[in-house]
Design a binder for this molecule. Structure first.
Ligand code: GLP
Length: 243
């Protein structure tokens, strides 16, 4: 694992955006695996800024997002499709038809997940997967479990994730209880992985991810086995990392 220490959230965002732009410049028709949550917002803002300056071109990029709430339509302002349009896609020249997010409105989980795996397969695979980190070590919506789920699947969100994500909804009752997410196997098959982590509240879990045992109880710990992982984290998030 390559670990970069950033000063703060803004510095983390700029460093992460640099890595993503390098990918887009080196391979203009690359497949970017993208993430939602508060961690990547600053990264997307930086990418938009560079795009507007004329330094980046997304016209040949394909994007495949990690996850989506089950039951939310793309025009619901809490859906991850809406988040991506609003925070990135509407502001750069990526072709919308080349941006993929699981279909939250597909009621049949098997159908939704198989269709998504097919999209990933047909794209030729993800070149660079961006990840945030949940407080319980989840990546995408792969919650702590007894085993590592392989492919895109439907998950029941844990109480801790529902609690953490309620800040985006009018009330906790509005937070969907299920989501479609890439599996750990899907994530691990990306050629490169970039995980961004900010804030003291993620310090302990980040230390477990980097130095702890590889266990499905800390889903992101599996990243220790990936050959090309870059961690960009701010000082606060790295404050409990022992080496
Ligand atoms: C959500 C998302 C994850 C995200 C994580 C952390 O539940 N499904 O993809 O990485 O939570 O979010 P944040 O960056 O807001 O802390």
């Amino acid at each position: 694992m390559q670990i970069y220490k950033a000063k703060d959230y803004q510095d983390m965002s700029r460093k992460a955006a640099n890595i993503i732009s390098a990918q887009v410049i080196l391979k203009p028709d690359c497949v970017l695996g993208l993430a939602t949550g508060s961690s990547p917002v600053g990264t997307y803002q930086q990418l938009i800024e560079w795009y507007k300056k004329g330094d980046l071109d997304f016209s040949r990029v394909t994007s495949i997002n990690l996850d989506e709430y089950r039951g939310l339509p793309g025009d619901n302002d809490q859906s991850y499709r809406y988040f991506m349009n609003h925070n990135l896609f509407d502001h750069v020249n990526i072709r919308k038809e080349c941006t993929y997010v699981p279909d939250g409105l597909e009621p049949d989980p098997q159908k939704a997940c198989a269709a998504y795996e097919e999209i990933i397969r047909k794209s030729g695979g993800v070149d660079l997967q961006l990840l945030g980190l949940g407080h319980n070590g989840h990546i995408g919506f792969n919650e702590p479990a007894d085993s590592f789920p392989k492919e895109t699947h439907c998950v029941d969100l844990t109480e801790s994730t529902i609690e953490a994500n309620k800040r985006f909804f009018a009330s906790i009752d509005d937070v969907p209880r299920q989501a479609y997410t890439m599996g750990i196997g899907t994530i691990m098959s990306a050629k490169k992985i970039l995980i961004i982590v900010s804030g003291a509240d993620k310090a302990e879990i980040l230390n477990k991810v980097i130095n702890g045992p590889i266990t499905p109880q800390v889903p992101a710990s599996i990243l220790q086995l990936h050959p090309d992982v870059t961690v960009v984290a701010d000082e606060a998030a790295l404050s409990a990392v022992t080496c």
